[in-house]
Design a protein around this ligand. Structure first.
Ligand SMILES: Cc1ncc(COP(=O)(O)O)c(C=O)c1O
Length: 422
């Protein structure tokens, strides 16, 4: 068994050798707050503060409508370039805008309208919003809804999923690549290949993977994906989501929401709808300029660090945390809920009989650092591993704090009442 001191020394050593250590300076932070929210909302890039001011004061305030020509049309292009660099795909395969739920609806409903599919398959690890949308599309289009409810909320029963795909050719499959609760990560390349062989289309939700995992959408044969930019990509609350469609498939679907911005010539104001043949077909209305305008510089932090380096540090941080967990937290009543570290995304889910009150104690220390983690019912504490702004020493301090909360029964000072967000 290693003790706390061993891990303290190790954290300092790991931070000294960390090539991404300086990237935390790109982000705004309060000195006594250590942020492991897992990961519903990434930190605020300092560049966002000045850019927001510029967009509001000068672009909206001074240049008004002329800002469309001067700044705002170009923004869409800049954002897709950054995202495509990270996803190792073509900018013409990426759409940026609207919300993940909205985008998932548009992509799956567009596939349903091709009439090539008879079933939509999803599973119980998927995000609730995605499940609601799929069920609704099935009932409107008379498609079979095949819902795989697993025996636990941690891991996919992968053989069952594969058999279901094999037994249901001509299906649409919708999965979250990294599960929001347990962090389980699907064997995405194998599933993409299996779907291709079975005439199925797999639509991935990359919300918990984008900006965290080194995904090569071309090499790993992705056809359709959606996701958000407010988690590991630090775009800010409600920042625009994205859609990826591989160039071979773009012409095969038409967006089922026919808004004027998805027209091939929106500013001709034709009464007849003619859908754009680019990814812009998915834009139903006016882009959300305020949040879009700060996105290119937030994304450029990820690209400057490189997704490959971020991914490498992610794996090392998970390993470091897992070692501390085994040595210092198991015997304090904690359970490591996430699967083995090679199969997870960029958050770790742990639990305790007193998860909620521990979450409150982390937020309200009598003195010292305050820690923010996520709580997800019924027992999960989600800890985000964010290589851009978290250090190994932050993880060390977090574990040290959890030990104190348990050893000194600090959680007993809190009641079980809950806010919507901790
Ligand atoms: C995996 C996943 N999918 C979809 C959503 C919904 O995203 P939005 O609120 O942008 O529609 C979320 C939100 O957190 C999510 O975590």
């Amino acid at each position: 068994m290693e003790n706390l001191n061993f891990f303290k020394r190790k954290s300092l050593e790991l931070d000294k050798n960390d090539s991404l250590n300086n990237f935390r300076n790109y982000f705004y932070s309060e000195s006594d707050l250590i942020y492991f929210d897992g990961n519903s909302l990434g930190r605020l890039p300092k560049s966002t503060i000045d850019e927001t001011n510029e967009v509001i004061r000068n672009q909206w305030g001074r240049d008004l409508i002329q800002s469309w020509n001067k700044h705002w049309f170009k923004l869409i292009n800049d954002t897709t370039i950054h995202l495509s660099e990270m996803f190792q795909c073509n900018p013409s395969e990426v759409f940026v805008g609207e919300s993940t739920s909205n985008n998932l609806y548009k992509v799956i409903d567009s596939l349903a309208q091709t009439k090539k599919f008879n079933t939509i398959i999803t599973d119980s690890l998927n995000f609730p919003s995605d499940i609601y949308i799929i069920e609704e599309i099935c009932s409107r289009n008379n498609l079979r809804f095949e819902f795989l409810k697993y025996n636990n909320d941690i891991e996919c029963e992968i053989d069952r999923l594969k058999n279901t795909i094999q037994n249901n050719p001509n299906s649409i499959i919708s999965l979250s690549l990294v599960s929001y609760k347990s962090s389980y990560c699907y064997p995405y390349r194998a599933l993409n290949e299996l779907c291709e062989k079975n005439n199925c289309e797999l639509v991935w939700d990359l919300s918990h993977a984008a900006g965290a995992l080194n995904l090569n959408l071309k090499k790993d044969k992705f056809s359709f994906a959606v996701g958000c930019t407010y988690k590991f990509l630090n775009g800010g609350p409600g920042s625009p989501a994205f859609i990826f469609v591989s160039k071979e498939k773009i012409k095969s679907i038409n967006s089922t929401i026919r808004g004027w911005f998805g027209h091939s010539k929106p500013f001709d104001f034709n009464l007849k709808y003619e859908q754009s043949d680019s990814m812009e077909k998915f834009r139903s209305g006016t882009p959300h300029i305020l949040s879009l305008s700060t996105l290119p510089s937030s994304l450029s932090i990820t690209n400057e660090a490189s997704i490959k380096n971020i991914d490498t540090k992610r794996i090392l941080m998970i390993k470091y945390f897992s070692e501390m967990f085994d040595n210092l937290l198991v015997n304090r009543g904690f359970t490591y809920e996430s699967p083995n570290h090679s199969e997870i995304g960029s958050h770790i889910s742990i639990s305790h009989n007193e998860s909620w009150r521990i979450c409150k104690s982390l937020l309200k220390p009598k003195s010292g650092n305050k820690f923010i983690v996520d709580y997800r019912p019924d027992r999960f504490l989600r800890i985000a591993i964010t290589p851009l702004y978290s250090s190994y020493h932050d993880l060390y301090l977090f574990v040290e704090r959890l030990m104190i909360i348990i050893d000194k029964n600090e959680y007993l000072m809190h009641d079980n009442s809950k806010n919507i967000v901790p």
